[in-house]
Design a protein around this ligand. Structure first.
Ligand SMILES: [Zn+2]
Length: 113
């Protein structure tokens, strides 16, 4: 599968995810999607990430800031059902809230096939 085909499947699943979040009464403020290598290096230096291999560099990841009644929800426990929904859409979908080393609840990505 080409990178472009992976990107297209990612955006299709993202449609389902955004609908799911909205249908549950939450609001979304879009965060970062595409990221340059230069930006990634800045994040490594500042401790915001630990890898140069982020799927943001391949436009197969997005950060979503999820709100409920105007409050930004960041805890893993409150967002778990949304992460679970994302991961059941495809075996390639991973939610940052489930990462072992570096938890990032706004982060949703699709691993490349
Ligand atoms: Zn991210």
């Amino acid at each position: 599968m080409t990178l472009g085909q992976n990107q297209e499947l990612f955006s299709k699943d993202l449609t389902h995810l955004l609908n799911f979040i909205h249908n549950n009464g939450y609001d979304v403020r879009i965060g970062e999607a595409e990221r340059t290598k230069e930006q990634q290096e800045i994040y490594i230096k500042s401790g915001k990430t630990k890898t140069l291999d982020s799927l943001h560099l391949k436009r197969c990841a997005i950060d979503l800031h999820i709100f409920f009644n105007g409050s930004w929800i960041q805890s893993k426990s409150e967002l778990q059902f949304i992460g679970d929904y994302w991961e059941q859409l495809s075996k390639n979908n991973k939610w940052g809230g489930n990462f072992k080393n570096f938890i990032g609840t706004p982060h949703f990505e699709r691993r490349l096939e």
